[in-house]
Design a protein around this ligand. Structure first.
Ligand code: FAD
Length: 523
């Protein structure tokens, strides 16, 4: 091992950023170079786009993150112009569909809403910042409990998680009280309605500065900080291949998308954190092809709805003054879609779902002013149940060496199916959502199941396992089985069936991987 180990990180999302931070903080002479295929969007690298106050600037930042669907920005992102890119679904702002329907598009008819972000910060510059921790069977069985708690605490520190955001809101407390009346008796102690942990920093005016990867990188992007001298973030730089010889990884080949030049970068460790589809694609393209690669894809089937809050019921638990205070807080940052957020977390055996309830003072879609629920003083909630998908080998992404995608990588085909096990839980979750809605008010958008892929929580395609038995890609420290100096990261590592937003869990897994890698690098 050379005196000054070099670590190459592929992808600048929360996971790549967590690796960079932990390794630089714990290996005194290491240097880290992080490669990001997309552009830098904000003056502070990786800052949440939701913090951009100017709506036009915010929209521009989102569009520049949309890779092949970035419209007029495509050429500046090193992508060919002119290809037809309209798909049948519209991707969420800041993301682009994998199956966008144009030249070089992936094939995902059974997983049509699958999407990615291509920008500094990855999806972590666009996320909603919900950071619940896994519970019961969501947890990874082969990581000891005491260590796991500690890993989650570290992940919460890195992401600036607030466990009681908006806890002072009377409106939010009233929503919890009504949910408690409906469900409290049937939920285990500690798993009833509560505030949803979110990642961000509360501001003196009651609003939030949402966490992007800037907070994970922390001192690495702080001018004058010694750690920053050992960190380099290269945007618009696509990692084309992981180089390896006899099972030992030696570095990466990267393409500068501004100039089109290609270069080999030697590294003592390569960390691949390029999302749950493009990470396995890069491994595949590099000739690293464990049997489980791309398989065992899971996400959260999601049933969503909108409810108008009932004045009489809400007034039983909140005063007019509390409502006024909530409206005054919302008026300070009306563009921020996230106000008070509550939840009922996953618990077993009777509530194997995660309910998220987001308060909004305005309806999320235009309502006819004559509609009885238009301009409801007590506001609205957008609610969704996230459900589990059981991991199966046959659900996943495969890669075709003969057909290249728009970036010149083996193209993806996603195959995915909801089985009876999922259908049964979806029916149960939908029934729960009906109860929650009736407890809070009246539906103005009935519960509906979103198309597969809509959760954006793509898991399992590089799952970790205890043994190298063909059902996993990585060992319990995120090292790819059979390869030295190669670590993978992201939601793709999650081997269990989960219902909650996965980023906190994936950062916790990354902390474990990064600590083990740092120990090896220190020699
Ligand atoms: P990403 O953030 O996807 O970053 C991967 C990066 O790798 C991308 O920037 C990509 O451009 C880059 N890359 C890919 N290939 C290459 C290559 N070959 N070379 C160089 N770079 C490459 N999760 C939650 O837990 N809670 C939420 O509330 C939540 N809300 C969300 C809301 C939205 C609108 C979105 C879009 C996502 C949301 N998520 C949420 C998901 C969350 O953002 C992801 O779980 C998280 O960002 C994953 O981190 P990552 O680092 O693994 O990957």
């Amino acid at each position: 091992m050379p005196v000054r180990p070099t670590v190459a990180i592929v992808g600048s999302g929360p996971i790549g950023s967590a690796y960079a931070r932990i390794i630089l903080e714990s290996v005194p002479d290491a240097s880290v170079v992080m490669f990001e295929a997309g552009p830098r969007l904000t003056a502070i690298p990786g800052e949440s786009v939701r913090n951009i106050p100017d709506p036009e600037e915010k929209e521009r930042a989102r569009e520049r993150s949309q890779g092949p669907q970035a419209g007029s920005f495509r050429k500046s992102l090193g992508l060919p112009e002119g290809a037809m890119v309209e798909g049948m679904f519209t991707a969420r702002g800041g993301t682009h569909l994998l199956d966008f329907g144009g030249e070089g598009s992936a094939h995902a008819p059974t997983f049509p809403a699958a999407a990615a972000s291509t920008n500094v910060g990855g999806m972590g510059a666009h996320w909603t910042c919900a950071t619940p921790a896994p519970a019961f069977s969501e947890r990874i069985p082969f990581i000891p409990d005491a260590e796991w708690e500690q890993l989650i605490a570290e992940a919460e520190r890195l992401l600036h998680v607030q466990k009681s955001a908006f806890a002072d809101s009377g409106v939010s407390a009233a929503i919890r009280a009504l949910l408690e009346e409906e469900f409290g008796a049937e939920l285990p102690e500690g798993y009833g309605p509560s505030t949803l942990p979110v990642a961000g920093d509360p501001q003196p005016d009651g609003s939030m500065r949402w966490a992007g990867t800037d907070v994970v990188l922390g001192p690495l992007i702080e001018q004058g900080n010694a750690l920053a001298e050992r960190f380099e973030l290269r945007d618009l730089t696509l990692v084309r291949r992981i180089e390896h010889e006899d099972g030992v990884v030696t570095g990466v080949t990267v393409e500068d998308l501004r100039s089109g030049t290609t270069e080999h970068v030697a590294a003592d460790l390569v960390v691949v954190a390029a999302d749950a589809f493009r990470s396995p694609q890069l491994l595949w393209a590099s000739g690293i092809r464990p049997t489980a690669l791309g398989h065992y894809l899971t996400e959260h089937p999601m049933v969503i709805s909108t409810v108008v809050l009932d004045e009489e019921r809400m007034s039983r638990h909140a005063t007019e003054d509390q409502l006024e205070a909530e409206l005054a807080r919302r008026a300070k940052n009306p563009a921020d879609p996230v106000g008070a957020v509550n939840r009922i977390p996953f618990s077993e055996p009777d509530h194997p779902f995660a309910l998220q309830v987001m308060y909004a003072e305005r309806p999320p879609f235009p309502l006819d002013p004559a509609h009885p629920a238009a301009r409801n003083r007590w506001g609205y909630v957008n609610m969704g149940y996230g459900m589990r998908k059981r991991p199966r080998f046959e659900d996943g992404v495969t890669f075709d060496d003969e057909e290249l995608d728009y970036r010149g990588f083996p193209n993806m085909t996603i195959r995915y199916e909801l089985t009876e096990a999922e259908q049964a839980e979806i029916a149960q979750g939908t029934e729960h959502l009906g109860r929650a809605g009736c407890a809070l008010g009246t539906f103005i958008a009935e519960p509906r199941l979103l198309p597969n892929g809509s959760s954006l929580h793509f898991q399992g395609t590089m799952r970790m396992g205890e043994h190298d038995d063909g059902t996993s890609v990585a060992d319990p420290w995120s090292r790819v089985w059979g390869f030295e100096r190669l670590v993978v990261g992201g939601n793709a590592l999650i081997p269990t069936a989960t219902a909650m937003n996965p980023t906190l869990m994936s950062v916790a897994i990354a902390v474990r991987g990064a600590r083990a890698a740092a120990e090896r690098l220190r020699g």
